[in-house]
Each structure stands twice: as C-alpha cells, then as structure tokens.
Design a protein around this ligand. Structure first.
Ligand code: PLP
Length: 466
C-alpha cells in the first residue's frame, strides 16, 4: 500500500499522549484522564507484544474476543476488500449483501425458531436492543405494565444505561446511577458460594424456588424479561448448577416472560459451539445477544437473534404500524458483517473442532493449580476458566489483600510472558481458541510460577500465612 499514507510521527510517546488526552474504560476518579496502561504493540496467533517488545500469551484473548487469534490474513484481507467495495451504506433506506448473508448463516446455528438478526455495534448495544425490543413487544401486545427485568448478582451485561442497570457486581454500581426501578435482582448461581453444607442439587432447587417465588410475588403480568449469561463471565466464570437454566427457561415460558440469553462471551466458539444456549445448556431462548467473538474482535459488531414467534406476533398485532424506533448508524455494517462471515468460515472450518478437542486438556491442566494454597477454586467450561485465589479471611482487610493478589499475580505473569486478566482476586483465562496443547502447558506453567511468586512475596511481607 502507498507509503504516503503513513502517519506522521507523534509529538510524544503513546503513554504520554494517553496521559494527556485519553479517557480509558473503568477509571478511578483519582486517575481519570491521566493514566497510561500497558502498551500492546502487535499481535500474532495467541501472542501479543508489549511496549518493551516482550511476547506474551494473550490469556484473556483481548476481552474474551480474539477467538480466531491475532493477525489472521483471511480476516484482515476481507476487511480491506469489503472497504474497497462498499465501506458503508445507510441501513435506514438501503441494505448490503454481507449483512443478509451473515444473518442467514447465524440463524442456521441458532436454536428453536430464532430466525432473524438485528446487528449492533457490540454487546451493550445488543443487550440494549433486546431490552427495548421487549418493551416494544409488550407495548404493541397491550401489556405496557409488563416491563420489569430479572437479572442476577454477578451479572455483567454492558455499559449503556439500561444494560448496565442489569449488572450485578456491587462495585460496578456503587458510583453510577442505574434504572433500579426497572430491575429485580436474583442470586448469582455460584455453586462455590452456596450455603455451607448444601449440596449443589439443593442449591439449584433453592435458586429455582427463588425465581418462581419472585415471579409469584411481583406477578408475571409485571415482568417482561429475564436476562442471563449461560456462564457469568466477568462475574468470575460462574458455571451454573446442572439443570438450573432449563428450569428457569420453563418458568419463563409458563409465565410469558422473555428469556434473553446473553451469549456475548459464550457465543462463537468459546464453549466449542456457535451458541452455547442449546448445545451446551439445553435451552431455547426467545432472544440471544452476541458480540465479541462474532468478528474475533477485528471489528466492533454485535447483534440480537430474535424468535420468529415474537416477530409474527408483532406483524399480526392490532398495531401493524407501531414503530420499533431503534437503530444505530452502524447497524448491519458491511465491513463488520464481511469479516464476521470470514470469521465464521474459520470457526466452522476447524477452530470449533479444535476448541472442543483441547477444552478438557485446558480445564484439566488449570485444575492442577488448586494444589497451590492461595488458590481456592479453579472452575470453567470450554475455553473459559477462572482461578479464584482466596487470601487469608482472618486478615483485617481481606478485600485489600484480594485486590493486591490479582495485581501481583498479573505483574509476575507479565514478566514471565503471560497476560492475565485479574478480576480482583480472580485470574480469568480465555485464550484464543487456536491455542495448542503445548501452549496450554506454557500458559499454566507461567500462571503457576506467578501465583507461587505472589505467595512467596506475601509470606515474606508477613501479610499472608498460607
Ligand atoms: N454482555 C456480556 C456477557 C459481556 O461480557 C459484555 C462485555 O464484556 C457485554 C455484554 C457488553 O459488551 P460490549 O463491551 O461489547 O458493549
């Protein structure tokens, strides 16, 4: 390509420019707009290279999204070609071919009668679109009171106002306003934190009872939708108890409550399938939201898959002219849809098979870290896992120690060649799906060493006894 298009050299290095001009996600008030984060310069396969030229395994695959791996010629090439053919068209008055073809291909993988796709710019906008769709659907059906949303502790559904109102992690909400009046919170289905002495089966019963009682107490005529991740991802890879999700699905069906399965993380291969709702958990939702892996992170695209039944209800309603007044400039973006098609080719052409084949090994190797006294539990499914560290509960300030634990492990691992995504005291591992067995060995060896060094540091400083 023509070198005259090369950018001029910046006046300062990236860290300095970021400190001066960049607002980054989830900043603290004390450092907002004045912070530099670790620079990543390039990526290739499962690796990224940092500002010092150090090669690191991309443990979280970016943000659970670089499923096909970095630097895929096939994906980059398709984006170039599509941009040269048609870089944009207005979805209000026109349409493009990649979006129609992609909708058909995605629908072919969907459970039940999920036949249509509305494309968005990412996960938050996908969830937001689903929630506004439910509101529209119930308005048109003559149920304007049936709008409450059920979500759970530990949930993460996005950073737009309504999607964020569903979030269940306390620290996400402390300083932010949310539409609390619209949302009812239920317990996180976290078997690790179940009441002491309770079996996992009894815990599942308790969760289902809580759901049924909540519906009975509030009234099904007030509840529009339940929104849930099949596996709570950012909540710490919470794999729900067996059988729990299908039972919730049935309660929703019996009470005319839409079941929205948020597959922003679990979709597009993370659990070895395009969608995990049916293939892994045996549920057929009314709506599935997706993003991230749909383009392997090469383009900001998401969407919601919606049931034919709901669309048919709208078409034959008494209000055929009522408007779903919802759309985004970048709905059905041709470049995003084209790269998603090429990404689907890669997933169907071997990556899904590979992910299914290596997942047991990935889980088994990570599970060995439970031998370390700082590790409370290693859990996961498919190619997503969480190593939850448990610092000394007797200490005066366990949370402070927990915060430090994640950061310290991350720092050690970084120097050893692994990017970790610390969530307080939890290390989430969700590498690109192309990771090989020997690369899994490398990843686990580094994580083991990082945790061991952290234990040594904490013991030396006398803040943790093990
Ligand atoms: N839903 C889930 C389950 C997610 O994990 C995320 C992001 O991590 C979102 C929604 C929001 O997606 P985005 O950040 O693309 O807006």
């Amino acid at each position: 390509r023509d070198s005259s298009f090369e950018r001029q050299a910046p006046e300062a290095d990236a860290e300095e420019l970021a400190r001066r001009h960049l607002v980054q996600p989830w900043p603290y008030a004390g450092s907002i707009g004045s912070e530099a984060r670790g620079l990543i310069g390039s990526g290739d396969g499962i690796y990224v290279t940092d500002g010092e030229g150090r090669r690191l395994i991309d443990g979280p695959a970016g943000m659970w999204c670089v499923n096909a791996g970095h630097r895929r010629e096939e994906l980059a090439g398709v984006m170039y070609e599509q941009a040269m053919r048609l870089s944009y068209n207005t979805p209000w008055y026109t349409m493009n071919e990649p979006s129609a073809v992609l909708a058909e291909r995605i629908a072919a993988h969907a459970p039940g009668d999920l036949s249509h796709v509305f494309f968005t710019t990412g996960g938050s906008s996908a969830v937001e679109s689903a929630l506004r769709f439910m509101q529209f659907y119930n308005n048109v059906r003559g149920w304007p009171e049936k709008k409450l949303l059920l979500s759970r502790g530990g949930a993460y559904h996005g950073s737009t106002y309504l999607s964020a109102s569903l979030n269940g992690r306390p620290r996400d909400r402390d300083w932010m306003d949310v539409a609390d009046g619209l949302v009812v919170k239920l317990s996180s289905p976290d078997p690790f934190r179940r009441p002491e002495g309770m079996t996992v089966e009894a815990f599942a019963d308790q969760l289902v009872d809580e759901f049924a009682e909540t519906v009975a107490r509030i009234g099904a005529d007030k509840i529009g939708a339940f929104v849930g991740e099949p596996v709570q991802a950012s909540g710490g890879v919470i794999v729900p108890p067996p059988g729990y999700l299908p039972r919730i699905r049935e309660i929703c069906r019996d009470n005319d409550i839409l079941y929205v399965s948020d597959e922003v993380v679990t979709g597009f291969g993370r659990l070895g399938e395009i969608f995990a709702s049916q293939d892994v958990f045996g549920i057929d939702p009314d709506i599935i939201t997706f993003a991230k892996g749909v383009t392997s992170g090469y383009f900001p695209l998401g969407g919601m898959l919606v049931s034919e039944r709901l669309l048919a209800d709208l078409r034959r309603s008494n209000h055929p002219d009522a408007m779903y007044a919802h759309g985004l400039t970048y709905t059905s973006h041709p470049v995003g849809c084209a790269v998603a098609l090429a990404n689907l080719d890669l997933l169907e052409g071997g990556i899904l098979d590979h992910a299914r084949a290596v997942a047991p090994y990935f889980q088994e190797r990570l599970k060995t870290l439970e031998e370390l006294p700082l590790v409370g539990e290693v859990r996961g499914v498919g190619l997503m896992a969480c190593v939850e560290c448990v610092a000394d509960r007797e200490s005066n300030d366990p949370l402070k120690l927990d915060y430090e634990v994640g950061k310290r492990i991350d720092a050690h691992c970084h120097s050893l060649g692994l990017l970790v995504r610390p969530l307080i005291h939890m290390c989430v591992m969700s590498p690109p799906l192309i990771i090989s067995r020997s690369q899994i060995d490398d990843m686990v060896a580094i994580l083991r060493e990082g945790i061991s060094r952290t234990m040594d540091d904490l013991a030396t400083e006398g803040v943790w006894q093990g």
